[in-house]
Design a protein around this ligand. Structure first.
Ligand code: ADP
Length: 378
């Protein structure tokens, strides 16, 4: 097991640098000033959209990519200049090819043989890990005969037989179909529970990160946006990027003008009569006419019951029945506001609805920087 620490890590690909005379744009860096720690035995997810620098980060940790600036430590050892083979890291990459002519057993044994581990020890390790990853009945087969899910399980097993201090998984589920993904997700979670190896998974799929990881590091444009438990990043996003990235359907993010009303403030919206009360805890920091980005999760809006309604009815613009939930969209000025409900209700386009907001669950963000505006602690 191992503690991994990244401190101010940057990566700039030389072939991506443009003209010598051009001033370097911020996003010339594939990874920019990245610092975080992964605890001993922790399962950490690195999550972000395509191109945000996740794989580059993983490849720098593995030693497959040179670091432009900053330091990486495993325990107290600075590993910047260590060869990949000396880092005690197990890698399972999305396209990490198995050797086609070799049986699965020999694929799993390959690295241990290269290190002259005695055959009896290799057999013990291969059989134990093959059982754990549920590939023990495939050991005599060749890679070509395996399904995508089986190959990926072998891929992870191969990384594990070396008893790595740190296991790195790069999008291990991305090529699999829905049911297989779910199954392998369960196997990976079980594997981690059994061997408690410090593990980092890179993924663009929030469900994968949320369900597997103890904590998630969310990246955008090469920079760390937030690191926290799945609940922390969902409930307490630090900026509009994290707010919009975590949650399905995503959080509604709408430009709003604060209006003073009797006893407090309301959120108002250009081109709409909708008003939402501003939670009183923000009273000291908002003012009449202030523009903010308001964040509301679709589960924190509902349709008012008859008799309960107070606001102006709004016509339904989108209605989707997904079986276990209904998704309803209404236009609020320029924005489409989505809400989800487990209730079995049916609407046609244009049907008027009145909305009720769980105002205490609304999030405020700075309109210019996108940073969260926090209410003072009570
Ligand atoms: P992610 O894994 O989040 O999709 P990557 O780490 O692969 O992102 O890529 C981050 C950025 O670095 C992207 O802009 C990508 O185009 C660039 N990049 C990745 N690999 C190379 C490379 N070998 N040479 C030049 N640019 C690269």
């Amino acid at each position: 097991m191992a503690v991994l620490k990244l401190s101010g890590v940057c990566k700039r690909y030389d072939n991506n640098s443009g003209s010598l005379f051009r001033r370097k744009a911020r996003n010339d860096f594939a990874v920019n000033d990245l610092s975080f720690e992964c605890r001993d035995g922790e399962f950490l997810g690195i999550l972000g959209p395509s191109g945000c620098g996740k794989s580059t980060t993983l490849r720098m940790i593995a030693g497959l990519e040179k670091i432009t600036a900053g330091d990486i430590y495993i325990g107290d050892v600075r590993i910047n200049d260590l060869l990949p083979k000396d880092r005690n890291i197990g890698l399972a990459f999305e396209d990490y090819a198995l050797y086609p002519p070799l049986k699965i057993y020999d694929n799993l044994a390959f690295n241990l043989r290269a290190r002259h581990v005695p055959e009896a020890e290799i057999r013990e390790s291969v059989e134990r890990i093959a059982k754990l990853m549920k590939v023990d009945d495939l050991l005599e087969m060749k890679p070509l005969a395996l399904s995508g899910g089986q190959k990926q399980r072998v891929n992870i097993a191969r990384a594990l037989v070396r008893k790595p201090g740190l296991l790195l998984l790069d999008e291990p589920l991305s090529h699999l179909d829905g049911k297989m993904r779910q199954q392998l997700r369960y196997e990976i979670k079980h594997m981690h529970h059994e061997i408690q190896c410090t593990t980092i998974i890179v993924t663009h799929d929030q469900m994968e990160a949320m369900s597997l990881a103890d904590r998630i590091a969310i990246m955008d444009m090469g920079r760390l946006q937030q690191i926290g438990t799945p609940l922390e990043v969902y409930d307490d996003p630090v900026n509009v990027f994290v707010a919009g990235f975590i949650g399905e359907p995503p959080m509604n993010l709408m430009t709003s003008i604060i209006r003073r009303v009797e006893g407090g403030f309301d959120f108002s919206f250009e081109g709409s009569d909708l008003r939402i009360p501003v939670p009183t805890r923000y009273n000291g920091i908002v003012r009449d006419g202030m523009a903010v980005t308001l964040g509301v999760r679709p589960v924190d809006v509902r349709i008012a019951q008859e008799g309960e309604a107070s606001g102006t009815p709004i016509p339904v613009a989108v209605y989707e029945d997904l079986g276990d939930e209904r998704r309803i969209g209404v236009r609020v000025g320029e924005n489409l506001l989505n809400l989800t409900t487990p209730e079995t209700i049916y609407y046609d386009r244009g049907d008027p609805v009145t909305l009720k907001f769980n105002a205490e669950k609304t999030h405020l963000f700075d309109i210019d920087t996108g940073e969260r505006i926090r209410a003072p602690e009570k």
